[in-house]
Design a protein around this ligand. Sequence first.
Ligand code: PRP
Length: 213
Amino acid sequence: MSDKYLTIALGKGRLARQAIALFEKIGISCESINDKTTRKLIFTDEENRIRFFLAKAPDVPTYVEYGAADIGIVGEDTILEEGRNIYEVLDLGFGKCRMCVCGPESAKKYLSGGGQIRVASKYPNIASDYFFNKKHQTVEIIKLNGSIELAPIVGLSEVIVDIVETGSTLKENGLVVLEEVVPLSARVVVNHVSMKMNNERINDLIRSLKGAL
Ligand code: PRP
């Protein structure tokens, strides 16, 4: 086996925990990576010459594009929003959810009317692509950083573009899905140069992950 470490970036949070469990299933694991109290950011599996690091999800495609990580595991929402030059090689099938246009039932009329409305989102690129390029509707996109469901309730925007998983956040706040933008799940992404230089090793790893799904 090569002495070079293969570096894998994981988007912090629920997806990282599921990804770690999947790697454990194929015999790749690192001491203390599951320790919730640790502030460590890098974990190494010496035997398999693999190291993992945890990063904020939107930074994972950046690390992979620049080759600081050979491989990344991150949600399709982040991949679409960041628009980085990376290979998307595998749909892991977990972390399934949907990117949707949501709002109060009464906001439905704004989506067929073609009028200028305000759209709040943590995903301004996905939201503009959907409204401008797919729906050909001119809207004002307002970037927020979380608790997006607040926006139509307090009158910041008519609708939102956000992730819907169970639908309970919408329900508890009197909002509904008005349109679906795109289905989402966790993906494996790879750096272009790493894919060429470490082709066999990366393909073996991808095959093993696929087999363990
Ligand atoms: C996400 C998303 C919704 C919620 C959807 O928010 O932005 O608010 O989860 O999940 P549900 O359909 O199962 O209710 P997250 O919890 O990541 O936090 P945020 O609002 O700070 O972005």
